[in-house]
Design a protein around this ligand. Structure first.
Ligand code: NAP
Ligand code: FE
Length: 362
């Protein structure tokens, strides 16, 4: 068993001020990587600019990362980083800008072109990254993963490298308050999936169980509230913590079929990542339960509910995507799921027929 998270985490209201002496030591010019709106709406961008200006650190803003970032976005960010003489990266946003920033930093440090962004064997260096999440879901601020889309085969896939761990994570739950309700819900479910996959994965590790159990409890108690009462700080703090626990979990266990089966729903049918995980939550638990029933039964005791009540809670979230997946999708995407990296972490051999049944039920 091992536990290793090399990221220096600052958590709570005022986390950015606490982190400022460490950020000021990272370099002389930051590339600030964001999506189009969330960094501004959350208030984090203003806070970061103010901090950098008052510390005498130069910066350049790259605010063009879209959802489910593709390799072209990474190359354009790398170019901006090099053209503007940057030496570290500050990513603000949901998982999309933070994942893109990880790849931008690696691409710039190792001069990677479009065809080598997944080529972890060529990663020798990295520029330090500060990750400032504005969603509470991916946990990417404490993971070594970056999930990108290769637009040519329209395929979503991740890479993992210890060099991709952010140097610093600044997790201020206030930055998540401006999320639209549906984003709060989808991202909370992504965190729940990560925590459950920490149980499903063959790399499961008892050192993580306290984080997993508590993270799931925090989500069950706070997700419905946060998505109806956006400015409830306690609920936001609880979800930000659960998301971080989920990230710390998958940093050790990786994800499983649960994530692999969701990726084509996102890349082909534009289903948001968390929702793609959410609509298969129950079938996934049905499938994995026999292999990990001892741990899941301990989880129910910890939560004070049974599996049926957990399913009722999921139903209460009313997650729907209204998909009708055709034969062309099945023929192309089931083999893609079977070949994905995360499938090595399932506790048993998953068949094409099992994946088909789940896709047909959506
Ligand atoms: P996201 O794609 O980063 O953002 C979703 C939407 O929410 C965007 O429109 C974004 O706006 C908006 N938004 C985010 N924060 C906001 C805020 N505070 N206020 C207002 N709007 C806000 O969503 P995400 O679910 O966090 O990230 C999903 C990505 O992360 C996927 O690509 C997924 O595969 C990946 N992921 C990575 C890991 C990992 O370990 N690396 C784990 C799980 C998932 P903008 O476009 O303006 O930013
Ligand atoms: Fe995820």
């Amino acid at each position: 068993m091992k536990f290793h998270i090399p990221t220096r985490v600052f958590f709570g209201t005022g986390a950015l001020s606490q982190a400022s002496p460490y950020i000021a030591n990272l370099g002389i010019k930051a590339l600030i990587v964001t999506g189009r709106t969330s960094a501004r709406k959350s208030g984090a961008l203003d806070d970061v600019m103010q901090l950098l200006d008052s510390s005498g650190i130069k910066w350049h803003l790259h605010d063009r990362i879209g959802e489910n970032p593709d390799l072209e976005m990474v190359i354009s960010g790398k170019q901006d980083f090099l053209d503007h003489g940057c030496d570290f990266v500050i990513a603000i946003g949901g998982g999309s800008p933070i994942d893109a920033a990880k790849a931008i930093s690696l691409a710039a440090a190792n001069d990677l072109d479009l065809d080598h962004i997944y080529d972890t064997a060529s990663f020798l260096y990295v520029f330090p990254l500060v990750a400032i999440p504005t969603t509470a879901g991916t946990g990417t601020e404490v993971t070594p993963y970056s999930v990108l889309t290769d637009a040519r085969p329209q395929k979503k896939a991740g890479f993992g490298s210890d060099l991709a761990f952010p140097a610093i994570a600044v997790i201020d739950p206030n930055y998540t308050i401006s999320q639209p309700d549906q984003v709060t819900l989808n991202t909370g479910i992504d965190a729940l999936s990560h925590l459950l996959e920490g149980i499903y994965s063959i790399k499961r590790n008892p050192l993580l169980y306290p984080l997993i159990f508590e993270g799931i409890r925090l989500i069950i108690e706070n997700l419905p509230l946060a998505s109806t009462t956006p400015d409830d700080y306690h609920a936001r703090e609880s979800l930000a913590k659960a998301s971080m626990y989920g990230g710390m979990t998958i940093a050790h266990t990786s994800t499983t079929l649960h994530h692999s089966i969701g990726y084509p729903l996102t890349s082909v049918h534009n289903v948001p990542h968390g929702l793609a995980n959410g609509i298969v939550l129950k079938p996934m638990m049905d499938l994995f339960y026999p292999a990990v029933s001892a741990i899941l039964d301990r989880l129910w005791i910890y939560l004070g509910i049974n599996r049926r009540q957990f399913y009722d809670w999921i139903d209460g979230l009313d997650m729907k995507a209204d998909l009708h997946l055709d034969e062309e999708f099945m023929a192309q995407r089931i083999p893609e799921v079977l070949a994905s990296r995360n499938m090595a972490n399932n506790p048993f051999e998953v068949t094409a027929a099992q994946i088909r049944v789940i896709y047909q039920s959506l």
